[in-house]
Write a protein that binds this ligand. Structure first.
Ligand SMILES: C[S@@+](CC[C@H](N)C(=O)[O-])C[C@H]1O[C@@H](n2cnc3c(N)ncnc32)[C@H](O)[C@@H]1O
Length: 276
């Protein structure tokens, strides 16, 4: 196996062990959640859907459009995007758990004829040029070994005038090397761009950036709620994967959330491939 293929297989295997746990907690949306303020007691799954809704809204999809969901997770965002817009959605993930969970979710939603999921590495996408109307990536690109390559592929895969939306953590201020390494290790990240760097990366790939929104305090800053969600499912999770695994997950979560919302933000950046 080549070095890249080995990396992909290892990453896929690691994700296969983590995602089922997050799937249980987040109901198919393996990303952070959005709360308006401390009095907002919306459950984590519904608050998670707010993120997907915002990303989908920023794409301006029309019924029949074809959306590519890059790093699709266990299918929650793709199913919601199809429900909200009437679009067709193709999802890609390096985790085979994701592909089977997303396929099952699509069938259960009754929208299976508009949703399909593929196992694959976004570093090596093989869809034809200009085959999508829109591309979204929710929390899937921090681990990219070469962000410019992936965004260049998004540009190739979109038809002229097609829309792109990225939704990820952002670096808000300098942090100690130790804190940064801990953050990266906790989510297998290879980078943590600032919001201006995300915008610049999209522009470098050829996109016109049309919208961006930073809302870290409402998402990343809500760490206590994510720990509470794990605690709410404690017995079920321990029965499923064992106490040691859950302790490891919580340790990883501490590494992820330790920088706090002054150092790590959360943003959507959306744009378009020029029409001509
Ligand atoms: C934090 S999860 C987000 C999942 C989904 N976008 C969501 O919002 O629910 C990150 C996702 O990116 C996928 N991923 C990470 N690296 C990938 C790669 N190189 N190729 C394809 N998928 C990848 C993981 O399998 C996982 O599904």
């Amino acid at each position: 196996m080549s070095e890249t293929a080995t990396h992909s297989a290892d990453l896929g295997k690691t994700l296969d062990s983590i995602i089922p746990i997050m799937d249980l907690i987040n109901g198919g949306h393996f990303h952070l959640s959005y709360w308006y303020d401390e009095k907002d007691d919306t459950p984590i799954t519904e608050a998670g859907q707010r993120i997907t809704r915002r990303v989908v809204d920023s794409l301006g999809l029309r019924s029949g459009d074809h959306l590519l969901d890059v790093g699709c997770g266990p299918g929650g965002p793709a199913v919601l995007a199809a429900e909200l817009t009437g679009a067709r959605v193709t999802g890609v993930s390096i985790s085979s758990y994701d592909v089977s969970a997303a396929t099952r979710r699509a069938e259960e939603s009754g929208l299976g004829d508009r949703l399909e999921f593929h196992h694959g590495d976004y570093m090596a996408l093989t869809f034809p040029d200009a085959s999508f109307d829109a591309v979204m990536a929710i929390e899937s690109l921090l681990s990219a070994p070469d962000l410019d390559h992936v965004l260049g592929e998004f540009f190739r895969l979109l038809r002229p005038g097609g829309a792109v939306a990225l939704c990820h953590c952002t670096k808000e201020a300098e942090m100690s090397e130790e804190l940064m390494e801990q953050f990266k290790a906790s989510n297998m990240a290879n980078q943590l761009p600032t919001l201006p760097e995300w915008i610049e990366a999209l522009r470098r790939a050829g996109f016109v950036v049309e919208e961006y929104s930073q809302f870290g305090h409402r998402v990343f800053g809500q760490s206590a709620r994510y720990f509470a969600a794990v605690d709410d499912h404690h017995d079920e999770l321990v029965a499923k994967v064992g106490a040691q695994t859950i302790a490891g997950i919580k340790q990883g979560m501490r590494g992820f959330f330790d920088p706090g919302p002054e150092l790590v933000g959360y943003a959507i950046v959306a744009g378009r491939k020029p029409a001509a």
